[in-house]
Design a protein around this ligand. Structure first.
Ligand code: 5GP
Ligand code: ZN
Length: 153
């Protein structure tokens, strides 16, 4: 198995573990965004969000919560980014699912803010229609020619 996180899980590769149970480990990221940047990793080799089963993911998220609480308490910050990348375009480098927990501090010069995409009402309409997974929802309103931003001006 060539996966570095599988090797970390089975201790073939060294890591700074701070938590371990039957299903997950949490380690310090080797190249942290901030002091206290932790990766929560399920022990089973699951590539990404599409690969992992719901129950396993729930167990992993429970550990994320535990780690976030620990960071908050020990590092004295309630500011935290929780990030999980899927696929190269989304920035995934290691193909074994992991969740980043990044504590944030004043003036830490990290910018995880999401860039915004200007979207017209037609595109909002089409996307809402396509993504509607609850059949009880009413049809979305018909598109109007102006974008919401234009309407605000
Ligand atoms: P990704 O971009 O795939 O979401 O993030 C992968 C993360 O794994 C990066 O933040 C990187 O610093 C971390 N990482 C890569 N290799 C190792 C390693 O061998 N040990 C540890 N502790 N972290 C690693
Ligand atoms: Zn793996």
């Amino acid at each position: 198995m060539e996966c570095i996180f599988c090797k970390i899980v089975d201790n073939t590769l060294p890591s700074r573990k701070i938590y371990e149970d039957d299903d997950n480990v949490a380690i310090l990221d080797i190249n942290p965004a901030s002091p206290g940047h932790v990766l929560v990793i399920p022990k089973k080799h699951k590539m990404d969000i599409f690969d992992i089963e719901g129950l396993d993911l729930r167990r992993t998220i429970e550990v994320v919560k535990l780690i976030a609480e620990k960071l908050k308490k020990e590092l004295n910050t309630p500011n935290m980014n929780i990030i999980q990348n899927n696929g190269r375009i989304a920035g995934q480098i290691v193909d074994h699912l992991h969740i980043h927990v990044v504590p944030r501090f004043p003036n830490d010069n990290i910018d995880f803010r999401i860039p915004r995409y200007e979207m017209g009402q037609d595109q909002f309409y089409e996307i809402q229609k396509k993504l509607n997974i609850n059949s009880k929802l009413p049809d979305p309103p018909t598109p109007s020619p102006k974008t919401e931003t234009e309407e605000k001006k």
